[in-house]
Design a protein around this ligand. Structure first.
Ligand code: EPU
Length: 421
């Protein structure tokens, strides 16, 4: 079993560059199915989630060439209506293929996407949206089938804000007849980025990045080239890592406009940050506890809640962390307590952190991608040796993290238990 071994307590220094956005890449890859022409995606991170989507694309009949953070997808031969269930179940983002396949082939049978430790994450809003667009939806506990000769534009009111459901319906509606309006749409920066790419391929989407998106259906989506925006969650994770370890590091190739609430909340804790046009420098700071609430964009992202909570273990006083999006995304705090943190869980959505605490190294299992990164940060802060297991979860979303962190002077290694005597 592979794991990371971290010897913490070191100050970091130097620069770390942010990769292309995972959560844009996954959607642009699925959107390639809308077209019969070649789609080129640049700045693609080399991470496990992308590997899984490429496997699904190839299963569907597309060809994919990959070199130097660039994907060239040729979807011309896609005509499969039942992607292999084992591939679909491997990650939740596989659900993104359902709408484009329906729009392109007229029918699709998909396994329900994989379970997830951060919360229940049903797909009811996707299915309600496809129904509104005129699809027949037949569902059982293992799979769902969607059928529609031609999708029809509709008014879709989302009962609450959901990122991938917004993106899925936005891309599917591109090939519907007539106009679709999505009301109460999510506004994450990856959504206007996806819309810009689709518009460059002939789609007619307006309002992406606001709560009301309008899509005028078109006959055809052509091929195109998409350069992914920087990953704001990776950027935020690195900035928090710099602060938590009391280090001066420069996080480059980011867009600070996508991190405004993150920056404001960090500054509220007393974080000393230099914000440039495409970088943030962290400096050693006297931190104090604050109250934080996660919120849909432009609020503080749920994906940075775990790294932020680690930071608050190093801040003086009480912090209240309120995770408003997911009901299962605070259980990793138990692991921080094993390391010496003082965190009390009030209910599944709220914890109180009493800091500062001296963390010491432990063996910990990474529960999910973002909490996994938080444990790596905790390991870098802690004295002694931390072992982080189940690192597939981390490598789902962070490219080549070992050598990038070593570049900052971190003492971190990846070892394979089977090879260690
Ligand atoms: N929800 C439903 N029904 C649906 C869809 C969503 O009830 O049909 C619920 C979910 O259960 C959740 C809430 O709505 O309680 C929000 O879900 P949302 O759809 O916004 O989440 P998501 O689209 O599944 C994306 C990101 C997540 C990120 C969230 C919130 C991707 C591939 N995933 O998930 O990213 O946490 O938005 O910003 O874009 C990650 O990168 O580690 C990650 C989990």
């Amino acid at each position: 079993m592979e794991k990371y071994i971290i010897k913490g307590g070191l100050e970091l220094h130097g620069e770390i560059s942010v990769s292309g956005a995972k959560n844009e890449a996954l959607k642009v890859i699925a959107a390639a199915v809308l077209s019969e022409d070649v789609c080129t995606i640049k700045n693609v991170p080399d991470i496990e989630d992308i590997n899984r989507l490429i496997e699904i694309l190839e299963d569907l009949g597309a060809t994919v060439e990959r070199s130097d953070h660039r994907l060239v997808i040729n979807p011309a031969k896609i005509n499969k209506t039942e992607p292999t269930p084992e591939l679909i179940r491997k990650l939740r983002a596989s659900v993104m293929f359902a709408g484009p396949l329906l729009a392109r082939v007229g029918e699709v049978t998909m396994a329900h996407p994989g379970g997830c430790v951060i919360g229940q994450r049903p797909i009811d809003m996707f299915l309600a949206g496809f129904r509104a667009l005129g699809a027949e939806v037949i569902e059982n506990e293992h799979q769902y089938t969607l059928r529609a000769k031609k999708l029809k534009g509709a008014k879709i009111v989302m009962p609450w804000i959901a990122v991938t459901a917004t993106e899925s319906l936005m891309m599917t509606a591109c090939l519907a007849e007539g106009t679709t309006t999505i009301i109460n749409a999510a506004m994450e920066p990856e959504i206007p980025a996806l819309a810009d790419y689709l518009n460059s391929c002939g789609a007619k989407i307006s309002g992406a990045g606001t709560p009301i998106i309008t899509i005028a259906g078109v006959e055809k989506i052509s091929g195109g080239t998409c350069a992914l925006i920087p990953d704001r969650i990776e950027a935020g994770s690195f900035v928090i890592m710099g602060l938590a370890t009391g280090s001066e590091i420069k996080v480059t190739n980011l867009n600070p406009n996508h991190l405004e609430t993150v920056i404001t909340n960090l500054q509220k804790t007393g974080a000393n940050l230099e914000i440039g046009s495409d970088y943030i420098i962290t400096r050693p700071s006297k931190l104090k506890g604050i109250e934080l609430r996660t919120h849909e964009y432009p609020g503080f992202p749920t994906d940075l809640q775990a790294p932020f909570t680690v930071l608050m273990t190093q801040a003086k006083g009480i912090s209240l962390i309120h995770e408003t999006i997911y009901e299962g995304r605070l259980f990793y705090t138990d692991k921080l307590n094993q390391m010496g943190a003082h965190i009390i869980m009030c209910d599944p959505h709220r914890v109180i952190v009493n800091g500062p605490a001296e963390l010491s190294g432990k063996t910990l299992e990474s529960p999910d991608l973002r909490a996994g990164m938080a444990l790596v940060i905790a390991g870098l802060v802690a004295s002694g040796k931390t072992a982080v297991e189940n690192i597939y979860q981390i490598e789902r979303g962070y490219e080549n993290i070992i050598s990038r962190l070593k570049g900052l002077g971190a003492n971190i290694e990846k070892i394979d238990d089977c090879l260690v005597k």
